[in-house]
Design a protein around this ligand. Structure first.
Ligand code: HPA
Length: 271
């Protein structure tokens, strides 16, 4: 079966389960899955039960696709995402996003946890991603299906400027401080050495993490506007680098999640 046929089959399977015409797609990062508790009239399907879906292996990720109402809109949310460090290939990482676009989402909203390399940042900061540096394997490598998108996709506006302006206005109205910055993705699974954090800072990164850019690339291939938050869970700044664990990252992410979710909800309600 070719890729597009496989995508359509899975979208049909999900429609039969009630995933009808979602307007927004949501992909949540480490320690940030709590947003899913606010989804009303939820229909949940485990990844393991969705034809063609890879299965998530990271403990902190639930691994289910959720359809329902959020911010008064029909949404489809991935609770748990797929990372290169888990051993998935480009096709597997691309597939769920392609299925969401096939279901008809009009925009993709993402979140992740990251290490801040900008010395002005603090742990717990909510950063709106304005651009990215993708140092992960590009998920569009390999044969291109022209029915999905162009061979050489434009990346001049990876994160939608109108959505960013809207999120800024919402955050200001709610009195929630936000940072702006460039997100750089690496494969992980190691966190960075001090020299690597410094290297990424010199390259232009404000934050470094292990996700998001592949999903954004796949969505932009189909011209879907993207918006992403990164929660700064640790600092890759000389003098502020400390021993970090997955639990440390989760705890720091959870503390900012409530505020991030408030902005996300209003953004989705009004985009
Ligand atoms: N580096 C990479 N990924 C991360 C980090 C980090 O410091 N923190 C959370 N995810």
């Amino acid at each position: 079966m070719d890729t597009l046929e496989k995508i359509i089959n899975t979208a049909d399977f999900l429609r039969a389960k009630g995933f009808i015409a979602p307007e927004a797609g949501i992909i949540l990062g480490t320690g940030l899955g709590g947003l899913t508790r606010e989804i009303e009239n939820a229909i949940e399907v485990n990844y393991a039960d969705i034809p063609g879906f890879p299965v998530s292996t990271v403990r902190s990720h639930a691994g289910k696709l959720i359809y329902g109402d959020f911010g008064g809109r029909k949404i489809v949310a991935m609770s748990g995402r797929f990372h290169y460090y888990e051993g998935y290939g480009a096709e597997q990482i691309a597939f769920p996003v392609r299925v969401m676009t096939e279901l008809g989402i009009k925009a993709l909203f993402l979140s992740n946890a990251s290490g801040g390399t900008n010395p002005a940042f603090s742990i717990g900061d909510i950063m709106i991603i304005t651009d990215h540096i993708n140092l992960l394997p590009n998920p569009l490598m390999g044969p291109n299906d022209d029915c999905i998108g162009p061979r050489f996709p434009d990346m001049s506006e990876p994160y939608d400027k109108k959505l960013i302006a809207k999120a800024d206005a919402i955050a200001a109205r709610l009195g929630i401080p936000v940072q702006h910055g460039i997100y750089l993705s690496t494969t992980g699974p190691t966190f960075e050495t001090p020299a690597e954090y410094r290297h990424f800072r010199i390259m232009g990164a404000d934050a470094v993490g292990m996700s998001t850019t592949p999903e954004v690339i796949i969505a932009r291939h189909r011209h879907i506007p993207c918006f992403a938050f990164s929660i700064i869970t640790d600092l890759g700044v000389d003098g502020k680098i400390q021993y970090i664990t997955e639990e440390f990252v989760q705890k720091a992410a959870a503390e900012s999640e409530v505020l991030m979710t408030r902005i996300m909800k209003e953004l989705i309600a009004t985009f």
